[in-house]
Design a binder for this molecule. Structure first.
Ligand code: ZN
Length: 172
């Protein structure tokens, strides 16, 4: 309807409708006879059509933008699985009841270092409360100060400690 024409009867047509009007020499809507020189471009309708198009276009653009935003937002809210497991892997590498070796750091009391413990609580930011297996002492340590022990153990000293203290771990 960029080419809207208005007839003397007041009805408007686009170029397709006008073909009919020219053929019939009459308005297809009300049947009023039309002479070609009475046909005028309907500028108001053309403008309205253009405005409508623009609006539709910007609505589409808006929607596209909103969709994209939505996707971005979802991307952040709903972290993709690799991201999550990686984050978890770093920050929460241990679970309650996991056996760990206390590697310690410079603030770890000497007596804890090298001992085997069981995670009794998981705290925020990768901190864990662990209890030593041999004398059930609790200490709060960050994951960096801990190393996971697997049950297979690999035959090292820690697994021997685990085996020894496994029987008297009833304090758990
Ligand atoms: Zn008409």
């Amino acid at each position: 309807m960029d080419d809207a024409m208005i007839l003397s009867c007041g009805h408007s047509y686009g170029s397709n409708g006008m073909q009919h009007v020219y053929r019939m020499k009459a308005c297809g809507k009300c049947g009023q006879p039309i002479t070609e020189d009475s046909i005028r471009p309907n500028l108001a309708l053309r403008l309205a059509v253009q405005a409508f198009r623009r609006e539709e276009e910007s609505a589409k653009t808006l929607k596209r933008r909103r969709d994209r935003l939505e996707q971005d937002k979802n991307g952040n809210d709903d972290p993709n699985p690799t991201e999550l497991s990686r984050g978890k892997g770093v920050q929460y590498p241990f679970a309650v009841f996991d056996r760990v070796m206390i590697k310690g750091n410079k603030r770890t009391p000497e007596r804890f270092v090298g001992r085997v413990a069981v995670v009794t609580a998981q705290c925020l930011n990768g901190w864990y409360v662990v209890k030593t297996l041999d004398n059930a002492e609790s200490v709060k340590l960050q994951y960096r100060s801990l190393a996971k022990l697997t049950d297979s153990g690999g035959g090292g000293e820690p697994s021997a400690a685990v085996a020894n203290s496994a029987q008297n771990a009833s304090w758990l």
